[in-house]
Write a protein that binds this ligand. Structure first.
Ligand SMILES: N[C@@H](CCC(=O)N[C@@H](CS)C(=O)NCC(=O)O)C(=O)O
Length: 233
């Protein structure tokens, strides 16, 4: 099996697949994509017409044609099938379905994070409070699930694809809250969420994919309202 992983370390979607490749100890060739440049080139668009990272190029056997896989959740489902014997989703079908639902519900967290970044703190104090409450509601989903399963992961003692779908985005939300809103994600009264995050924050594979603040912050400064940028001064 030959596998190339095309990604940008800064991209949280690609980080989902990066974490999984590391956790599964899959040997891969890494191809770093410069966003806004490489991903607009015809050779890249031929691989992924959507022009986005991550992309996996896989040759399962010498005589076989190369397979191209993209979309982070699909990449991770593929890696689960091929390298993990489908063990990275819960055993029962309804729970597996729920794990996939949770992976899609990460979009809700992403959307509220970007809305929060667009608020003007000088004009919209109430809007900011409401959006912070919405962030909390999104993270409550993790808290409830960890509580129900007994933790420390979403579905109990073993991590799943759903945990990995959330992780890079919780990392980004944590950064946005601390840098622009002076709020600690661990001080939201979500004790099971904290258990989940603390468990991941000790995971060496995940930690290897975590970029330092000075590399991540500029990305979110680009989306932030200028009123919020003043808080960084
Ligand atoms: N739904 C896609 C989203 C991937 C995505 O949006 N990747 C971004 C980087 S974080 C990208 O490649 N954007 C293209 C660009 O910035 O030109 C997935 O889950 O893989």
């Amino acid at each position: 099996m030959e596998l190339s992983f095309l990604y940008a370390p800064i991209c949280p979607f690609a980080q989902r697949t990066w974490i999984l490749l590391k956790k599964l100890k899959v040997h891969f060739k890494e191809v770093i994509i410069e966003l806004g440049k490489d991903n607009r080139e015809p050779w890249f668009l031929e691989l992924n017409p959507l022009g986005k990272v991550p992309v996996l190029r896989v040759r399962e056997a010498v005589e076989e044609k190369e397979a191209i896989i993209y979309e982070s959740l699909v990449c991770n489902e593929y890696l689960n099938e091929v390298y993990a014997g489908n063990k990275l989703l819960p055993e029962h079908a309804s729970q597996r379905a729920f794990a996939r639902i949770l992976s899609i519900r990460v979009d809700g967290l992403i959307s509220v994070m970007f809305k929060l970044l667009k608020t003007n703190p000088e004009e919209d104090g109430q809007g900011e409070i409401e959006l912070l409450q919405q962030v909390c509601k999104q993270l409550q989903v993790i808290d409830d699930q960890v509580k129900n399963s007994g933790g420390p992961y979403l579905f109990g003692k073993s991590w799943t694809l759903a945990d990995i779908a959330y992780l890079p985005f919780v990392e980004r939300v944590s950064l946005v809250l601390s840098q622009f809103f002076k709020k600690d994600i661990r001080q939201m009264g979500l004790s099971y969420f904290n258990l989940w995050l603390n468990t991941w924050d000790k995971d060496p594979d995940y930690l290897e994919t975590k970029l330092p603040l000075d590399r991540l912050l500029p990305v979110y400064k680009k989306y932030a309202h200028e009123g919020l940028l003043k808080r960084l001064e």
